[in-house]
Design a protein around this ligand. Structure first.
Ligand code: KIV
Ligand code: NA
Length: 269
């Protein structure tokens, strides 16, 4: 079983692997492959739920998907990604929403898109026994403000990311996602803090890597340039779906071996 302690101990020792999942069958396969962390990402907005961004994802949707993933997972650490405005507005409500992911959905930790507004909240959640994964750099819940462009590209922005990384490590976060920032900045952040960094579009200098499962297996409409496709599930699905259609319309399915004839029912008229 992967624990937040075991993950922290991996820093500087072995690369950490993390993938997203939004349903039980996918989580089962990821867990069986010994991936360390399954993130129930709010990227489900763009992937499984078909929205244009992550903003519409609700707490109920996150809870339902996290439950499905947790039920299918034995070993990996399950992290629920807190949706837009489910945290940071009001402390009590934030704690309640994060708590639901552990109490009701059986997550092991929550992830918060981080900023100056999440330092105290991270500390409070950790005090209460809710492990927190921080997330800096490109934070897609701020799409209306910053778009999807690379972050930390000038010295001021880079310094802010470094300082916030230190503040969240200090506040007790057990790991930090770094998204779409220059590789040399990610490496400096990784060296500056004692918790593992997990990069996406942040180069090879992080303690671990994360990708969105749809991009990895070849199911996305469009993958970001920093993702890598390792398989072609989309064409396998197309083949199966078209094969079914052709077999039904062509009269080949169901065949005798898929049918059951009850002798008593031979003559009803
Ligand atoms: O929602 C998500 O999938 C994420 C990862 C890309 C880190 O936040
Ligand atoms: Na996310």
């Amino acid at each position: 079983m992967v624990t937040v302690r075991a993950l922290r101990a991996k820093k500087g020792t072995a690369p950490i692997t993390m993938l997203t999942a939004y349903d039980a069958p996918t989580a089962r396969l990821i867990d069986e492959a010994d991936i360390d962390i399954i993130l129930v990402g709010d990227s489900m907005g763009n992937t499984a739920l078909g929205y244009e961004s992550t903003l519409p994802v609700t707490i109920d949707e996150m809870q339902s998907r996290t439950s499905a993933v947790a039920r299918a997972t034995t070993d990996a650490l399950v992290v629920a990604d807190m949706p837009f405005l489910s945290f940071g507005v009001d402390e009590a409500a934030s704690i309640e929403h994060c708590g639901r992911m552990l109490k009701e959905a059986d997550a092991d930790a929550v992830k918060l898109e981080s900023g100056p507004h999440t330092v105290e909240l991270t500390e409070r959640l950790v005090q209460l026994g809710i492990p927190v994964m921080a997330h800096l750099g490109l934070t897609p819940q701020r799409v209306k403000e910053v778009g999807y462009s690379r972050q930390g590209t000038d010295r001021d922005e880079a310094r802010e990311i470094l300082e916030l990384a230190e503040a969240h490590a200090e506040a007790g976060a057990f790991s930090l996602v770094l998204e779409h920032i220059p590789a040399n900045l990610a490496k400096q952040v990784t060296e500056a803090i004692d918790i593992p960094t997990i990069g996406i579009g942040a180069g090879a200098g992080c303690d671990g890597q994360v990708l969105v499962i749809d991009d990895v297996i070849g199911l996305s409409e469009r993958a970001p340039p920093f993702a890598r496709q390792f398989g072609d599930v989309k064409s396998e699905m197309e083949k199966a779906i078209e094969g079914y259609r052709d077999a039904v319309t062509g009269g080949e399915f169901p065949a005798d071996e898929h049918s059951h004839v009850e002798s008593d029912l031979d003559k009803l008229y």
